[in-house]
Design a protein around this ligand. Structure first.
Ligand code: SF4
Ligand code: SF4
Length: 168
């Protein structure tokens, strides 16, 4: 089977690298940065309005793919909960010598708690590595989309994009 968004439901890295909102290998390693995995030209644009730094642009046509100006992004995370497609996360390769940081949208209950050990997963929902929850933000303004931040080993920097759901 040829792997692609159409055949698996998850974009390949090759598909993502063609998108104007996916950072290059070097940009991803420079420091905290927003990543958008939105490559289907859907009629949607709340990410653009959510970015007070003007780093995200959709433009005139609402089906344009979002673009990020990585020089303007300050990794504030405001765009994460604003995206109805749960397509935005923030990564920080420079967090510490051994660990990277990942902040992502999470819409399940129960929410994880700070200090919990959880399982980071890749785009296919497959286990990547163990991770520690260091922040959970769920203000009213997020409209029930919590933003969870985990630290995890840098060896798995590329693959991890979210965490396995917790069941009570
Ligand atoms: S993380 Fe903040 S500055 Fe960066 S694109 Fe998102 S809203 Fe804009
Ligand atoms: S809000 Fe999310 S789904 Fe909508 S265009 Fe922006 S990144 Fe894509």
């Amino acid at each position: 089977m040829e792997y692609s968004l159409k055949t698996t439901g998850a974009p390949t890295l090759e598909e993502l690298h063609k998108s104007p909102a996916f950072p290059t290998h070097d940009q991803l390693r420079k420091g905290p940065i927003a990543v958008i995995e939105c490559i289907e030209e859907i009629p949607c644009n709340p990410c653009e309005a959510s970015c007070l730094k003007g780093a995200i642009t959709i433009g005139e046509s609402v089906t344009n793919l979002p673009k990020i100006d990585f020089e303007k992004c300050i990794a504030c995370g405001m765009c994460i909960a604003a995206c109805p497609g749960l397509a935005i996360y923030i990564k920080d390769y420079t967090y510490s010598d051994k660990n990277a940081l990942l902040s992502f949208p999470y819409e399940y209950y129960p929410l994880p708690k700070v200090g919990d050990m959880v399982k980071a997963v890749d785009r296919y929902g497959k286990y990547v590595c163990d991770a520690k929850v260091i922040k959970v933000r769920n203000p009213k303004s997020n409209d029930h989309t919590a933003v969870v931040t985990i630290e995890y080993p840098k060896d798995h920097f590329e693959e991890a994009i979210n965490m396995k759901r917790i069941f009570e």
